[in-house]
Every structure is written in structure tokens, then in C-alpha cells.
Design a protein around this ligand. Structure first.
Ligand code: NI
Length: 174
């Protein structure tokens, strides 16, 4: 059972961001509270998406609100995201990799199948920013952040910022 009150934004290279998230077996009050807390964290940080591991919880859940508004937050539980179409390279950021904005190659379209907070399954076709956001959040559930996704040139360009994050993480562990 997770205690959502303890949830905090996690930053690269936290271990929870690098592990595969587990499926959610039962949508109970703790999961509903987690979704609320994740919404609070995302809105406070002005994000448009947030995955469980980013709140320190290695479960298969993410939320998206493309305009960053609370009323448009949607919850995706145990999702599968299947990319389609061509690749596209667009600049992205991630609340867990603060200060790094870099072009990431993703598919222009995708299909998402997930369960909502009421336990109802749904599927959707997505394109544009929505498709990109779904792929980004789904990556988090596989233990992948933009720090791993970025190309070799971007890794060199952002090496100082990445090093800063690693050093900050190491100093917090002591
Ligand atoms: Ni992210």
C-alpha cells in the first residue's frame, strides 16, 4: 500500500526512475489518492504529464493534461502505448530532468490502451503533442527518461547539467 502523502518529485538519476513499473492490481483509495497527489505535483511544477516513478512510486500509472489545467487531467493505469507512423524530432523537457531541454525522436502517432480511475478500459489514437506525451510517459514506466533517450550529440551538449544532477543525487544519498 502506498502512502501518497510521502510522494515527492524524483530527479534523475534516482533509482525509481530507472526501474520497470509494476502493474496496478486493484484501483482502491490509495491509488485514487496517488492520482490526486500526482496531479498536485504536476500542476505545482507546471508540467503536462507525470508518471508514477516521478512521484517515487514504481507503479504503472501516468497522468496527462496537455494544457496543464487541472480539469483536463486524465489518468492512465496499466497502459500500453503502441507507436505508429513516422519519426519526428521535437524538443522536450521532463520534470525529473530539470534544466534539460533537448530534441527527442519519437513517433508522430500512437495508440494507447489503458484503464481509468473508475476501472474502465479505453483505447485512443493519438497524434502530435498528445502522441509525444504518451510515449514520453510510457517511457517512464519502462525506466527510461529523456537522459537515456537523447542522442549522442545532445548528451555531450547537456553533459554539465547531467553531471550536476548526478552530483546532487549523490550528495543527497550521503
Ligand atoms: Ni518526464
Amino acid at each position: 500500500m502506498i502512502n501518497a502523502d510521502n510522494c515527492r518529485i524524483t530527479h534523475y538519476p534516482a533509482e525509481v526512475l530507472a526501474q520497470k513499473a509494476e502493474p496496478i492490481e486493484k484501483i482502491d483509495d490509495s491509488i485514487r489518492r496517488l492520482a490526486e497527489k500526482m496531479t498536485e505535483i504536476m500542476l505545482a511544477n507546471k508540467g503536462i504529464g507525470l508518471a508514477g516513478p516521478q512521484a517515487g512510486v514504481p507503479l504503472q500509472i501516468f497522468i496527462i493534461s496537455l494544457d496543464g489545467k487541472k480539469e483536463n487531467v486524465r489518468v492512465y493505469i496499466n497502459p500500453t502505448v503502441t507507436p505508429a507512423g513516422e519519426l519526428d524530432s521535437v524538443e522536450e523537457g521532463c520534470l525529473s530532468v530539470p534544466g534539460v531541454y533537448t530534441k527527442i525522436r519519437r513517433y508522430k502517432k500512437c495508440r494507447v490502451a489503458a484503464v481509468d480511475l473508475a476501472g474502465n478500459e479505453f483505447t485512443e489514437q493519438a497524434e502530435g503533442l498528445y502522441a509525444r506525451c504518451l510515449q514520453h510517459e510510457y517511457d517512464h514506466l519502462q525506466g527510461i527518461t529523456i537522459a537515456e533517450r537523447m542522442g549522442a550529440a545532445a548528451r555531450i551538449a547537456h553533459r554539465r547539467k547531467i553531471k550536476e544532477l548526478v552530483e546532487k543525487h549523490e550528495s543527497q544519498e550521503k
